[in-house]
Write a protein that binds this ligand. Structure first.
Ligand code: ZN
Length: 192
């Protein structure tokens, strides 16, 4: 895969990087990898995630493979400003759980000279674009789509299969209720 991954502190400008994909595709691992490299370079890094996501840890961002970085839990994306005045690099995980305000906020932070790295689910369990991710993809300078491997057939997978019947858009869980599936193997729970 040919891909340019920026890894420096922006010089006189910021930018937005988006890491988008289904569950179990390594979004958070990729976010952690980029943020950890910035920390090693002694850059001022701040990491945020929504309060809704209590799956593994109160104050760390933790990937399914259990890598962790200390993060700040926020309920409203507007809270990000008060915590990131000194930050050079800002990481945001689980962006699909924030309101559409995140679009302007990321633009403002990047225009202020910060490197903003946002990870999130680009589709909901039905395979529909999961706001605000489509808008973030549109305004980002750099986009990485992470693919998982289909649990059923081994094809590259970009859909999240929900294994319960709930039709709520947000049901927080991990491999107990979700699986990565390809286009061919993904179905809506009510179809079975
Ligand atoms: Zn498949």
């Amino acid at each position: 895969m040919m891909e340019f991954t920026p890894h420096s502190v922006p010089k006189k400008t910021g930018w937005i990087e988006v890491i988008a994909g289904c569950m179990f595709s390594g979004k958070t691992e990729e976010l952690i990898r980029r943020l950890r490299r910035a920390k090693i370079a002694k850059q001022n890094v701040k990491i945020f995630k929504p309060k809704i996501d209590n799956r593994y840890s109160g104050t760390n961002i933790v990937s399914h493979s259990e890598q962790a970085l200390p993060s700040i839990l926020i309920e409203d994306i507007n809270e990000i400003f008060e915590h990131s005045k000194e930050a050079q690099v800002i990481g945001i995980d689980e962006a699909q759980f924030f309101s559409n305000d995140i679009i302007n906020i990321c633009n403002q932070l990047a225009s202020d000279g910060k490197r903003v790295i946002v990870a999130g689910l680009d589709q909901d369990y039905r395979g529909n674009p999961f706001e605000p991710m489509p808008n973030l993809l549109a305004i980002a300078e750099y986009i990485t789509k992470t693919l998982a491997i289909c649990v059923e057939c081994g094809n590259p997978a970009d859909k999240t299969q929900r294994k319960t019947a709930s039709s709520e858009r947000v049901v927080v869980g991990a491999s107990d209720i979700y699986e990565a599936r390809c286009r061919k193997c993904h179905y809506l729970p009510e179809e079975k």
